[in-house]
Ligand binder design. Structure first.
Ligand code: NAG
Ligand code: NAG
Length: 392
């Protein structure tokens, strides 16, 4: 066929094919040398794919076919990228080194920084953290551990359908970002694994977490200083330590947390449901405009908790009083079962009592009886099914 095509027709053929397929420029990591055998370090192929995608001004896809790819460590920097639409489509699994000494003090295993316009679809990240957890449990001295996936100082990011297994510490960390949407994320690690938060958000605005499942050893979602306009919806948590705003108030000068919505979430056998936790230290931090709505608690130890006296082993809390001001926190339509007699425990700062706490339609039972509530230094109102809410 091609032999009979005149030279003049070639540009038209080219246009026809590029328009009809509309495929973005694609870099397949296997074509760049990555080996799906789980043993050969494929870091270089991934970095080369990133460099090429980054240098292209057109929307570009990096494709990871099925198979297991060992990545020693991968830091993707977008500062000099011409591209603001890089898609990474992962059908396979990325595997961390099993030796925790390789990345244990590097902060992250995989990290994207200074990227504008990134979408990650699918994929499993296997952090291979069990060795480090065992080291920590043994009391030996061990590295801190690496966050599995960090998104750092980046804007306009989508993470859809990603699974994270057995991270050394945090599974996914979002720090210094704007407009990040995480959807259909699945986090799993042992309920006894230390510091394995599911998604940790900090110094970021416009982060949305939807339709995701967390089973892990620490907070399912942890919300650190400087988190604003955060939305969490349709999330399941357990085992885990709940959805936590905190720990806050470690620093004297600290950015506050404002405008957080946690909606339609289910907590099963978790240590906490919805929690706000601050150090018993001086700080100018704050938490305001928070809505916890439509939550189901199943056998949760502390379904609703504010703990402003956090100070493990009474160390490092010279003032013993939290400076973090908590106001306008609404708990609405929260029902289910508590694993302990006190289902609502609001323990606020002596110096800065919580204000504007609203409990509306909160109905929690312990052993088929209405559970109790305890409030210290908390002001606000309670309405609806108030058996647990006599303390406001
Ligand atoms: C609060 O955050 C949501 C996104 O989570 C945003 O849509 C809304 O506009 C914000 N509200 C204010 C008052 O900034
Ligand atoms: C939450 O889940 C419900 C039921 O599965 C679904 O209809 C709704 O669209 C989800 N919400 C979001 C924001 O995805």
């Amino acid at each position: 066929m091609m032999r009979t095509t005149s030279l003049l027709a070639l540009p038209f053929l080219f246009m026809f094919f590029s328009a009809s397929l509309a495929a973005p420029l694609t870099y397949n990591v296997q074509s760049l040398g990555a080996r799906p055998d789980g043993r050969t370090d494929s870091t270089k192929s991934f970095m080369n794919a990133w460099t090429a995608a980054c240098a292209s001004a057109k929307p570009t896809m990096i494709y990871v076919p099925r198979g297991r790819y060992l990545l020693r460590s991968a830091f993707f920097d977008g500062q000099l990228c011409k591209n603001s639409a890089i898609t990474i489509r992962i059908d396979g699994t990325l595997v961390a080194p099993s030796d925790y000494n390789v990345n244990g003090n590097a902060g992250y295993w995989i990290k994207f920084q200074r990227v504008n316009g990134l979408s990650i679809y699918g994929g499993t990240l296997d952090g291979q953290g069990t060795g480090l957890w065992a080291c920590k449990a043994s009391g030996r001295s061990c590295p801190t551990g690496a966050t599995t996936l960090g998104i750092d100082n980046s804007n306009n990011v989508i993470i859809n359908g990603l699974s994270s297994l057995n991270s050394q510490i945090i599974h996914i960390g979002i720090v210094g970002c704007q407009n990040v949407k995480l959807q259909g994320v699945k986090v799993s690690a042992s309920g006894r694994s230390p510091n394995t938060d599911g998604i940790h958000v900090q110094s970021s605005s416009g982060v949305t977490i939807l339709n995701s499942h967390f089973a892990t050893g620490d907070d399912c979602v942890s919300i650190g200083p400087g988190s604003t306009n955060l939305w969490v919806e349709n999330v399941s948590c357990g085992p885990g330590h709940g959805i936590s705003i905190g720990s806050l108030g470690w620093d004297l000068q600290e950015a506050g947390v404002q405008n957080v919505t946690v909606k339609s979430s289910t907590f099963t056998g978790s240590q906490n449901g919805v929690r706000i936790k601050t150090w018993a230290r001086s700080s100018n931090g704050f938490v305001r405009d928070v809505l916890f709505q439509h939550a189901v608690m199943i056998n949760v130890q502390n379904p609703i908790i504010i703990d402003q006296n956090y100070c493990p082993n009474n160390n490092d809390c010279p003032t013993q009083v939290s400076g973090v001001k908590i106001s306008d926190v609404t708990y609405q339509d929260i029902h289910g079962t508590s694993a302990t007699p006190i289902a609502v425990n609001l323990d606020c700062s002596k110096k800065y009592p919580c204000s504007g706490i609203r409990l509306e339609d909160v109905s929690l039972t312990y052993k088929d009886q209405p559970a109790e509530a305890s409030c210290i230094n908390a002001g606000g109102s309670a309405s609806g099914l108030v058996d647990t809410t006599r303390c406001l």
